[in-house]
Design a protein around this ligand. Structure first.
Ligand SMILES: NC(=O)c1ccc[n+]([C@@H]2O[C@H](COP(=O)([O-])OP(=O)(O)OC[C@H]3O[C@@H](n4cnc5c(N)ncnc54)[C@H](OP(=O)(O)O)[C@@H]3O)[C@@H](O)[C@H]2O)c1
Length: 358
């Protein structure tokens, strides 16, 4: 018997990618349920190459019998439904920011702190970090193990898919509008995004930073080491998929470029592409659709005693969201929920074959 899985936010950017990733990685699921707002009831979403699922309403769904919930419906919705699902016996792996800093909720990147998954018992919820944090900590972990990181300075270049489907549509429609001389009206993002860069993601905090910048600092400390100082500047760029980051790291101990490069080459989930020549680095367009975190432009920072600079790129919908959540689900299923599987559940809709509806 496999697991019963519900995907909440199944019609969204992250939810659709979760369904794709579950199917691609052959997650041991007997049944998958697609949930979204009541406005989407009856819509169809793909599960892998051959299957389609009919969307059901989250509001009225009974989670009894569901083992694992992969969730991305936005923070407010998650705040309400996740405890309800956990109470019914499911473990919720949540992509929103709502639960991440709750001390009773583990915040997990499987390449960095897989042992934290054990803490799911407290609330029945595991949080997936922010997309920008995930790709950065995957690259920082092997370097921290070698020379202990003191301080990180990061500037992000984040794609519009990180702000949801509507923001992707906005980049497309604004780009078109500029070509045909129509007026440009920002709706999802605060300013024009086509042919522009916006240094503002999430709300402003009292100290002048944005919440996205704050998240990168506090989440890195929760996942990797509470003593690391992180300062971030996060910007939205006119790219559909893939976040890039310029990262500057100061270490306690010496770390040569060569040792850093070797450690990154050996690190789980990382691919180093660093040729110091035309095309010898990775850009977001090349990382879209890929699972790896790509590290390029590794070089010494000569302005501090033990410093390195590098460039990190990943697909924010995959490693930054769906893949990381499915990796957590894989560990949860294999190491913690094996004994929970039961036969004879009836409240989940079986998979339907796409061909049967074509
Ligand atoms: N995109 C990323 O890179 C990324 C990375 C990490 C985390 N996240 C987080 O994941 C969440 C979703 O992001 P996204 O990019 O997938 O957004 P999105 O494309 O706008 O999709 C939002 C999803 O949430 C559903 N939803 C909205 N209100 C709901 C309600 N009241 N009840 C049930 N479902 C509801 C939507 O369903 P309908 O279609 O029915 O409205 C849709 O399926 C956000 O919290 C975001 O911060 C995103």
């Amino acid at each position: 018997m496999g697991f019963k899985v519900a995907v909440v936010g199944a019609t969204g950017n992250v939810g659709r990618e979760m369904l794709t990733t579950l199917a691609e990685r052959n997650f041991p699921a007997d049944e998958i349920v697609a949930l979204a707002s009541s406005a989407s009831v009856g819509k169809e979403v793909s599960y892998g190459e051959d299957d389609i699922l009919k969307v059901q309403a989250l509001d009225t769904f009974d989670f009894k019998g569901i083992d694992i919930v992969l969730s991305s419906p936005g923070g407010k919705v998650s705040a309400q439904f996740a405890p309800r699902a956990a109470k019914a016996g499911a473990v919720v792996i949540d992509n929103t920011s709502y639960w991440r800093m709750d001390p009773d909720v583990p915040l997990v990147v499987p390449e960095v702190n897989p042992q934290a998954i054990a803490g799911f018992e407290k609330r029945g919820i595991i949080a997936n970090p922010n997309c920008s944090t995930i790709q950065m900590v995957v690259a920082l972990k092997p370097l921290h193990d070698l020379a202990r990181i003191k301080r990180v300075v990061v500037a992000t270049y984040q794609s519009v898919s990180g702000a949801g489907r509507a923001a992707m549509d906005e980049l497309f429609s604004q780009t078109r509008a500029i070509y045909v001389n129509d007026p440009v009206k920002p709706e999802q993002l605060t300013k024009q995004i086509a042919f522009n860069v916006i240094p503002h993601i999430d709300v402003f905090m009292d100290d002048g930073s944005t919440k996205e910048e704050w998240k990168m600092a506090v989440e890195t400390r929760k996942i990797l080491d509470p003593d690391i100082a992180v300062t971030a500047t996060c910007a939205r760029v006119p790219v559909f998929i893939g976040h890039a980051e310029a990262v500057t790291v100061e270490f306690e101990r010496p770390l040569s470029e060569d040792r850093a490069r070797a450690a990154l080459r050996d690190a789980a989930g990382v691919i180093v592409v660093d040729h110091r020549a035309d095309e010898g680095y990775v850009t977001p367009a090349e990382a879209a659709g890929e699972d790896a975190v790509y590290v390029s432009r590794i070089r010494r920072d000569p302005t501090v005693p033990h410093g390195l600079n590098f460039w990190v790129v990943a697909d924010n919908l995959r490693k930054g969201a769906a893949l990381n959540a499915v990796q957590i689900a894989e560990i949860l299923a294999a190491d913690y929920l094996g004994g929970r599987r039961r036969a004879g559940r009836t409240n989940v809709e079986p998979l339907r074959r796409k061909t049967a509806n074509a």
